[in-house]
Design a protein around this ligand. Sequence first.
Ligand code: ADP
Ligand code: TZD
Ligand code: MG
Length: 578
Amino acid sequence: MSDAATKPKPATAEAERELTDGFNLIIDALKLNGLNTIYGVPGIPITDFGRMAQAAGIRVLSFRHEQNAGYAASIAGFLTKKPGVCLTVSAPGFLNGLTALAHATTNCFPMILISGSSEREIVDLQQGDYEEMDQLAIAKPLCKAAFRVLHAQDIGIGVARAIRAAVSGRPGGVYLDLPAKLFGQVMDAAAGQKSLVKVIDAAPAQIPAPDAIKRALDVLKGAKRPLIILGKGAAYAQADDAIRAFVEKSGVPFLPMSMGKGLLPDTHPQCAGAARSTVLAQSDVVMLIGARLNWLLSHGKGKAWGTEPKKFIQVDIEPKEMDSNVEIVAPVVGDIGSCVSALLQGMGGAWPAAPADWVKTVTSKRDENVAKMAPRLMNNNSPMDYHGALGVLRTVIKERPDASLVNEGANTLDLARGIIDMYQPRKRLDVGTWGIMGIGMGYAIAAAIETGKPVLCVEGDSAFGFSGMEVETICRYKLPVCIVIFNNDGIYRGTDVNSVSDDPAPTVFVKGSRYDKMIEAFGGVGVNATSPDELKRAVNAAMDSGKPTLINAVLDPAAGSESGRIGNLNPQSVLKKK
Ligand code: ADP
Ligand code: TZD
Ligand code: MG
């Protein structure tokens, strides 16, 4: 006898219906759209959701703090062109995730922050619900779009809108508010399935106008001292081959922005990275590809840009970016893949070589600077200075070009950016547009998860402190992450003295700290390295074994300078009290 025959007959047709609920529909909606990884922290009302998502085959990475989960989601978005998903509880968890959502928006990374929220009726009457907060209103000014879903049958549309908003046009952060009640809402399973939306062509190509392409090429052709600047938008676009072909065909020197490094190797003959000041000051035509003229490029004017008049060409998906700081004589609006392909095509068969005297000026300046730096990178001083330590790490990446490099700090950031050559696109992941500290462990975890390759994390001791507890997460998921802490006893330097009390000065930490002991608490490998040779051995072992490792690199506390390379932005009182 079959099972069916032994089952009691349902009393009504209602009881026979198959049911689904909010939990299942959200999971189905994410999976249907290829969102297979969630970065978050569990708790009311999303604890069971995390478990169910994991059971349904979604990779659920559980963090120690939502901000780090959020940064992980943001960089996952950058790496994959799909929105990174961060999942948090209500009010405090939501707020912890919000910094990362704002960061994603500022950096043009697609991300969706999904937060559970408390009962609308109670929140709106401010009657003091558990974790009461009007999250939707708070999120709105800090992201590209914000949505709330109140009914299970709207989950499909809600998720679809969130995905489209995150990845189409200029990518950014999206907030999706899911009230506790929604998760348990039950509906007919077939109707539920029907309500889901598989987003078709989430980020449609935006084809540039032919006259915009012609205008840009005319300006470029007329240049005597042209320069191409490749920003992280160009890296995001995943149009690597077209970009390389375009740059090479033009013969124009290129300058990669920090996260644009590796689109073409830093060792490429046209790379002007080591001649930055020269090319900014002396170029006459500058073509920006996926880079904004914000503070990182001195807003396109002033001393850094020299006295020669400049013409700017800008390739960007966001029309409002044009003329944001200076006049753009040739705006090219569209997605970078389409724009660069159109430029390449517009160049036709024969394109004039870049002016030889200019190319020579740039290459000789670059070679001179590289040669000047070389001996400093080979020093074996103990305690180490930045150059000795970075000389070692530079070789580590040269030998493992497919590893990701996560980097934050002040001196640790600025010097590593200049010294560590990158060879592949989207491998250098750093503080981005805000110069934010705290991205380190979140980025490292997401890079390991999304790429499946080893990660080298080069961290100032202060920078590391913002996300340090996630070393437990790295050990728990057994991720191939090697963290090197440039330990100079403080922020910028470890030498500040407070002359009026026993309190330490505001920029210094406990002297001689042993960060390596932290990871040992969770079963990872800790190493204290006091010389470049020791550092080299430890990093190579970690990168080869893939074991979670934390290396405390002992640096001279006097080695750094205030604010690294951006001391000019740091106001200083001329009326300091003695
Ligand atoms: P960087 O910090 O490297 O200079 P920015 O973050 O300032 O780079 O600039 C990135 C730019 O790239 C943004 O203006 C953004 O609109 C643009 N962008 C992002 N993705 C694309 C894309 N797929 N196509 C065209 N432009 C893009
Ligand atoms: N808080 C946040 C979120 N972001 C910031 N950028 C800062 C504070 C200010 N800040 C910097 O801009 S760099 C830095 C801080 C605190 C740390 C520099 O110290 P470090 O690196 O140890 O990480 P170096 O090598 O000692 O310079
Ligand atoms: Mg430091």
